[in-house]
Design a protein around this ligand. Structure first.
Ligand code: CA
Length: 160
C-alpha cells in the first residue's frame, strides 16, 4: 500500500514536470514568434513605416546603421503584393526625418537579414538570404548614396 502511494506520487510529480516542461516550450515558441520581425513591435521607424503604408504586411526587419551616418536605419522586408516580397531601407537622418531607398525583390520564405562589415570600412554591408521552395539564395548589399546596391548574389533571384 505504501509502495502504491509512492508510485502515485511519483506519477503525479512526473506529470507535473512534463506539463511545466510543455508550457515552457510553448512559452518559448510564442516568444520566438514575437521576435520574428527582429525588432520591437513599437520600434520608432517601424511605426513610421506602418503609418505610411498600413496595407503592407511586414515580414522581417533588421536594424543597423547601414548608411554610416551614426543613426540606426531599418531594413524592412514586406509583402506589398502577393506576387513578390520586397525590401526597402528606411534611412534615419537623425533629425526625426526618414528617407526611403529603392526597393528590391526579397526572398519568398525563411528571410534572414545579417550585418557584416565585408570590406573593413563603413558603412556596414548586409546579407539577405532566404528560400522559395527548394531554392536557397543570398545576396550582399551596401547602401550607396541612398540606394541599395547589390554587391554579390548567389541564387538570389530564384528565391524571390
Ligand atoms: Ca544610418
Amino acid at each position: 500500500m505504501k509502495n502504491e502511494k509512492i508510485l502515485v506520487i511519483c506519477v503525479l510529480c512526473c506529470t507535473f514536470i512534463f506539463l511545466v516542461g510543455c508550457s515552457a516550450i510553448f512559452m518559448e515558441d510564442s516568444s520566438v514568434s514575437g521576435k520574428e520581425l527582429s525588432v520591437a513591435e513599437d520600434h520608432e521607424i517601424l511605426t513610421y513605416f506602418r503609418e505610411k503604408y498600413p496595407d503592407y504586411t511586414i515580414i522581417k526587419c533588421g536594424e543597423e546603421d547601414v548608411t554610416g551616418n551614426g543613426f540606426k536605419d531599418l531594413i524592412v522586408i514586406h509583402n506589398r503584393n502577393k506576387e513578390q516580397n520586397s525590401m526597402v531601407v528606411i534611412m534615419n537622418n537623425g533629425d526625426g526625418d526618414y528617407g526611403f531607398s529603392n526597393e528590391l525583390p526579397a526572398p519568398a520564405e525563411n528571410q534572414q537579414i545579417e550585418f557584416k562589415d565585408i570590406d573593413n570600412k563603413p558603412p556596414i554591408e548586409f546579407i539577405v538570404s532566404g528560400s522559395k521552395g527548394s531554392n536557397f539564395g543570398l545576396a550582399i548589399f551596401r547602401m550607396v548614396e541612398g540606394e541599395i546596391v547589390d554587391l554579390f548574389a548567389d541564387g538570389f533571384e530564384d528565391c524571390c
